[in-house]
Design a protein around this ligand. Structure first.
Ligand code: AHM
Ligand code: MG
Length: 363
C-alpha cells in the first residue's frame, strides 16, 4: 500500500522547485493550513453550538456578517500575524488592508489576500463553504508596505488556493507549477495528498450560474444559456445545470468534472458580484494552472489591473472550450460598454484585440 503524503511533506519537497527559496512561502502556506483546520473545526460543529446566525455587524460590502465570517477572518489574521512571513493581510471582511506591524513582519516579503469564508450565506443550511487565498510578493523595498503592494495584477500571484469545507475538507493550491489537492484526514489532523496534478477537462458538460437573474443578464450570456440547452452530442449538449451558490463548491466540482461557472454583470450589479482580488484572481490562477480559462467575458481575469481593494468583476471560468464559446457570444451580442460605476475599470478594445485599462469617472 502506498504511504500517505501530508501537505507539510509535499510543501517541503516542492521547495526544491524554487532554488533560492528560503522557506518563507512554505511557512506561509503552513500558517494558512493551520488556520484552515481551526476554521474547519468550527464550521463542522456549526449546528451544535450557538455560533450560527448574524454577528449583528455589516462588512464593507454592506452584507450582514455571520459569526463564522468574523471568526474565520480573525483566525487567518492571527495565524498570519504569528507566522511573521507576511506584512499585509487584505481581507474581504475589512474595509482597509491590515498591516502587520510587528518587528519581524513589517519587513516580511509577502502579501496575503483572503476571503476567509466565502459562501457564508449558506452556512445556516449546511452547504459547503470555503476560504480563498492568494499570495503576492511585496513590491516596495523598505518601510511599511502600501496599498500599491496589494493592488497587483493576478499574473503576479506567487501562490493561490482554496479550502472547501464540504462533505470532506480539502485544500487545493498552486504555486504556478500545476494544482494539487489535499483532503483533511480528521483522524490524524493532516491534509493528505489526494488529488495530485489536477486538470480540468477542456470540454465539460456542466454550467453553473444563478439563472434566476436571467432577465438581467447581458444578451451574450442569454445566448450562451440557450446554446448550453441545445442538443448536440459532439459537445456534450445539452449541458447539465448545477448551481450551489457557493463559488468554491461550484468551481471545485467543475474543476474535477469539467464545466463553466459564470457570474456575469446584471442590471443590479453592473460590475458583477464577485471580487477581483479575493475571489476571482486566486480561482483564475488555479483554473489556468489546471488547464482552464478565466475571463471577464472579454479579457483574461489575471490581466486586470486592480484599482481598488474591493473591486468587483464579472467572471466566466472553467473548461477552455466552454469559456471560449461564452466569450465569443459575449463579443457577438454584448459588445463591451463602459460601466456606470464611479470606480469601474474597463478595457477599451482597440483593433478587435488590444486592450488598455481605462478608468471611467462619472458623476
Ligand atoms: P460572499 O463572498 O458574500 O459569500 O458571496 C460570494 C458568493 C459566492 O460564493 C457565490 O457563488 C455567489 O456569492 C452566489 O451569489 P448569488 O446568491 O447571487 O447567486
Ligand atoms: Mg466571498
Amino acid at each position: 500500500m502506498a504511504g500517505i503524503k501530508t501537505l507539510g511533506q509535499f510543501i517541503i519537497e516542492k521547495q526544491a522547485d524554487f532554488p533560492y527559496a528560503k522557506g518563507e512561502l512554505s511557512r506561509l502556506l503552513r500558517d494558512i493550513a493551520i488556520a484552515a483546520k481551526i476554521v474547519n473545526r468550527e464550521v463542522n460543529k456549526a449546528g451544535l453550538v450557538d455560533i450560527l446566525g448574524e454577528a449583528g455587524t455589516v462588512n464593507i460590502q454592506g452584507e450582514d456578517q455571520k459569526l463564522l465570517d468574523v471568526f474565520a477572518n480573525n483566525q487567518f489574521i492571527a495565524a498570519l500575524t504569528c507566522g511573521g512571513e507576511c506584512c499585509i493581510v487584505a481581507t474581504e471582511e475589512e474595509e482597509d488592508f491590515v498591516p502587520i506591524d510587528s518587528p519581524v513582519s513589517k519587513n516580511a516579503k509577502y502579501i496575503v489576500c483572503i476571503d476567509p469564508l466565502d459562501g457564508s450565506s449558506n452556512i445556516d443550511c449546511n452547504v459547503a463553504v470555503g476560504t480563498i487565498f492568494s499570495i503576492y510578493r511585496r513590491k516596495s523595498v523598505d518601510g511599511m508596505a502600501t496599498i500599491a503592494d496589494v493592488l497587483q495584477k493576478g499574473t503576479e500571484q506567487v501562490a493561490a488556493g482554496y479550502v472547501i469545507y464540504g462533505s470532506s475538507t480539502m485544500l487545493v493550491y498552486t504555486t504556478g507549477k500545476g494544482v494539487n489537492g489535499f483532503t483533511l484526514d480528521p483522524s490524524i489532523g493532516e491534509f493528505c495528498l489526494s488529488h495530485p496534478n489536477m486538470r480540468v477537462p477542456s470540454e465539460g458538460y456542466i454550467y453553473s450560474i444563478n439563472e434566476g437573474n436571467y432577465v438581467h443578464f447581458p444578451e451574450g450570456v442569454k445566448k450562451y444559456l440557450k446554446y448550453a440547452q441545445v442538443e448536440d452530442a459532439t459537445t456534450n449538449r445539452p449541458y447539465t445545470s448545477r448551481y450551489i451558490g457557493s463559488m468554491i463548491a461550484d468551481i471545485h466540482r467543475n474543476l474535477i468534472k469539467g464545466g463553466i461557472y459564470l457570474y456575469p454583470t446584471t442590471s443590479s450589479s453592473p460590475n458583477g458580484k464577485l471580487r477581483l482580488i479575493y475571489e476571482c484572481n486566486p480561482m483564475a490562477f488555479i483554473m489556468e494552472q489546471a488547464g482552464g480559462v478565466a475571463s471577464d467575458g472579454f479579457n483574461r481575469i489575471l490581466d486586470i489591473q486592480p484599482e481598488t481593494l474591493h473591486q468587483r468583476t464579472p467572471v466566466f471560468i472553467g473548461s477552455e472550450k466552454m469559456v471560449k464559446m461564452a466569450e465569443k457570444l459575449m463579443r457577438e451580442y454584448s459588445p463591451q460598454k463602459p460601466l456606470l460605476n464611479k470606480e469601474s475599470t474597463v478595457a477599451i478594445k482597440l483593433n478587435g484585440t488590444d486592450q488598455i485599462p481605462h478608468k471611467i469617472i462619472t458623476g
